[in-house]
Design a protein around this ligand. Structure first.
Ligand code: DX5
Ligand code: ZN
Length: 216
């Protein structure tokens, strides 16, 4: 059974409170919040003040996915805004080990995200230090894209690395998760399913979340 993390990028930003209430009253355990700076990715989403308000509506886990350059500069501010899990991109961090330590010292769980083209072998010397590996299954920047099938191999590879080393790192899959492919994604070893459009574009988001929770 995977943790379900609805991505607010697909919600109606004029009705964020409704989106928060929906997730709060659902079986989802995490709020997935995508921060984009227009530099690391070709899109701009939302930032600190929005997260601060979302945080006030919930006691669920706030999973903040930073698609920004120089994320270390803002780690403390995201902690203050209420992030529980803070994920940075391996491609944006020449001093990744330092960034991960900083996030943990601030009292957050640390995540590392890898883009579709980035080999998971690059995680070898950081895996033991991170709580979450976010395998991007679309190119970051936009919701509603198609799942890149090659990600399935990456899930299995990272799962094996985690098992071989007896770690308890969570694998998070982010992008293009649908009702059609979610079962296979979970069966391959995914612990956290991010779902944006599949949840927020549904007629009955609660039912979609409940259905995703049933997969194993
Ligand atoms: C993409 C974001 C994802 C996105 C997923 O850059 O990291 O979290 O919101 O959206 P869907 O589920 O619609 O692909
Ligand atoms: Zn994301």
């Amino acid at each position: 059974m995977a943790i379900v993390a609805p991505s607010f990028l697909a919600s109606n930003f004029l009705r964020l409170e409704e989106a928060c209430n929906m997730v709060n009253s659902s079986e989802a355990e995490w709020f997935h919040l995508d921060v984009m700076d227009g530099v690391f990715v070709p899109n701009i989403s939302f930032g600190l003040p929005v997260i601060e308000h979302i945080r006030k509506t919930t006691k669920k886990i706030c999973d903040v996915h930073l698609m920004i350059v120089d994320p270390g500069k803002y780690a403390e501010a995201f902690k203050k805004a209420g992030a529980d899990v803070l994920t940075v991109h391996i491609e944006a961090c020449p001093n990744l080990h330092r960034n991960i330590q900083q996030i943990k010292e601030l009292g957050m769980k640390a995540g590392v995200a890898v883009n579709p083209h980035t080999p998971v072998s690059l995680l070898k010397d950081i895996l033991q230090d991170v709580d979450v590996v976010n395998l991007m299954s679309v190119n970051p920047g936009f919701g509603g894209q198609k799942f890149i099938p090659h990600t399935m191999h990456k899930i299995r590879e990272v799962k094996q690395m985690i098992l071989d080393r007896g770690l308890d790192t969570l694998i998070e899959i982010d992008g293009g998760v649908t009702m059609e492919n979610a079962a296979e994604i979970v069966a391959a070893g995914t612990d956290v399913l991010v779902a944006g459009s599949t949840v927020f574009n549904a007629k009955d988001p609660h039912a979609v979340i409940a259905a995703l929770k049933k997969l194993h």
